[in-house]
Design a protein around this ligand. Sequence first.
Ligand SMILES: Cc1ncc(COP(=O)(O)O)c(C=O)c1O
Length: 330
Amino acid sequence: MALVYPRRIALACRPTPFQYLERASRKWGAGHRLWVKRDDLTGCTLSGNKVRKLEFITAHAIDNGYDTLITCGGLQSNHCRATAIAGAQLGLAVHLLLRGDEPADRDGNLFLDHLAGASVNCYPPKRFFREIDQLFRHWQEHYASLGRNALAIPTGGSDGVGVWGYIAACGELAEDFRRHEIERAHIVTATGSGGTQAGLTLGAALHELPATVWGVNVCDDEQYFLDKVASDAADWRRRYPDVPAVEPLPRVIDGYVGEGYGVASGEVFGCIAELARLEGLVLDPVYTGKAFHGLLCELEKGRFEGCRDIVFVHTGGIFGLFPQRSGFDS
Ligand SMILES: Cc1ncc(COP(=O)(O)O)c(C=O)c1O
């Protein structure tokens, strides 16, 4: 399918490695082969899935005359940290609107946000959820009053621009599949604001990848992500009317949110520790650990029967591990 990409700024180390998990396959695979797409290696501090989206979002910002990026997320948002680092790398100012009371100890992503020189405002969760649209407007107006131009980037960089990141990643996956003679696969990823899943779902269709894409939701529920992927895809089509007509068919593996966003069970911490020892592959408790644990549970239940290859997209998140280190105590 003829696909014309908008401009992107090279921020990520691409293509990311595609690796076979030999010992994990033997231990958990039940006859399947487990592979990992190492998008945790898109960079060092500028790491994880958000970088792929930011390549397109920052190009869009610069090409449209923005000098400042405003975005939002939780206190330990990987997306906010990646935006802070990307902004510093490109000479764009970054302002982060974070959900939660600023802790006395700035750990993990929050530490890096400050180190990279982002302006940070923290809002109690109730106010954040109630007022986030007004807060974006308020800060955009504030920058306008200073003669500056601020782009509002939604949670997770998930919109019709950010979606290009994982549409393009599917081109890499097509090459990975060819190299490893993978004829058919299930692709599994964590889904939090929907953009990675939307990009992979659209990209699999556009690149004619022989794969079924699944998002393991780490918050909200199945219906939320079905709607979110559809709305990101609609925004993409609205912004780029010449793109090929593909209907995304999102698939969600629900049931692994546990007590809520950012709260992982002992089983998830156990799974992270086991995989780290077995393969030297480090996941985080908020996104990838929950998703990989969900993948293993579904493997056991037989969801992927009849298809030999399963690809886990490791979307990063390492800095979220440190503030939750006490989860490994038991
Ligand atoms: C490490 C990590 N993995 C997965 C996700 C989910 O990606 P998305 O927000 O595109 O659904 C996020 C962000 O939300 C993340 O930070």
